[in-house]
Design a protein around this ligand. Structure first.
Ligand SMILES: C[S@@+](CC[C@H](N)C(=O)[O-])C[C@H]1O[C@@H](n2cnc3c(N)ncnc32)[C@H](O)[C@@H]1O
Length: 223
């Protein structure tokens, strides 16, 4: 990591673990303890797709209400804003206050400063709590709070990928709304779980960067 400068450190709420923001020559990187990279500014094709693909499906909704969880490096939020119209409102829920601050600083340039868009609302806190308080509120919910059904950040995040978690997210959608999940890897059990909730599910493989190499998985599930 010698070419990388540590810019920030934040405790992950509910754990004794930390998250670190590094700046390299051309890119930023967010890492967990033991040097495990959560994401970087070079590869964000699948994060962009998580914002764009579900929002394309509700493009015609005049006052679309969208929830993104979490903020990360802001690429999913920025892609949703690019896809939606001027009357949309996009709430981004982010657990770690420092991550929001990092995006208001130099990191925010990379995603085009989506936090400054007047359609953006920031909720600092657990997206799970927000979902539980939001019955029938959103046209799209796009979730990328961890590595996928097998969480890296905090084990309590795994709940969101359980039957109860999916049902809670589903009940926060308006009729015809779209629930989208990001995952680093394919997961047939999770795919089946979404279908068992009565959702119409598309599983999509998206390149992490450009048009070759590693691919990530998105599920787009419609009520
Ligand atoms: C992989 S990053 C998201 C990347 C994002 N899609 C992007 O475009 O940059 C995961 C983010 O979710 C946040 N997070 C983790 N657990 C959360 C929770 N329970 N509620 C809200 N945010 C959470 C993390 O702090 C981190 O910023």
């Amino acid at each position: 990591m010698s070419d990388w400068t540590l810019l920030g450190k934040a405790q992950i709420p509910g754990t004794d673990q930390f998250m670190y923001l590094y700046q390299g020559k051309d890119d930023f990187s967010i890492k967990l303890a033991r040097g495990q990279e959560l994401m970087n500014t070079r590869k964000h094709g699948s994060e962009d797709a998580l914002g764009e693909l579900p929002c394309r499906r509700i493009k015609e909704v005049h006052n679309a209400r969208v929830l993104i969880g979490g903020l990360g490096m802001g690429f999913t939020l920025a892609a949703a804003l690019r896809t939606l119209g001027p009357h949309a409102e996009v709430t981004v829920a982010e657990l770690i206050p420092e991550v929001v601050e990092w995006n208001r600083g130099p990191l925010g340039e990379r995603s085009g400063r989506p936090l400054e868009d007047p359609r953006t609302r920031v909720h600092v806190g657990d997206v799970v709590r927000l979902l539980k308080q939001s019955k029938g509120r959103f046209d799209v919910i796009a979730l990328d709070i961890d590595n996928g059904p097998e969480g890296l950040t905090r084990s309590s995040n795994n709940w969101l990928y359980s039957l109860m978690g999916v049902a809670t997210a589903q009940s926060a959608l308006k009729p015809g709304g779209v629930l989208a999940y990001w995952s680093a890897a394919k997961d047939d059990d999770f795919h089946d779980l979404l279908k068992s909730c009565g959702l119409l599910v598309d599983q999509v493989q998206v390149y992490a960067h450009g048009h070759k190499g590693a691919r990530h998985t998105l599920w787009l599930a419609t009520c």
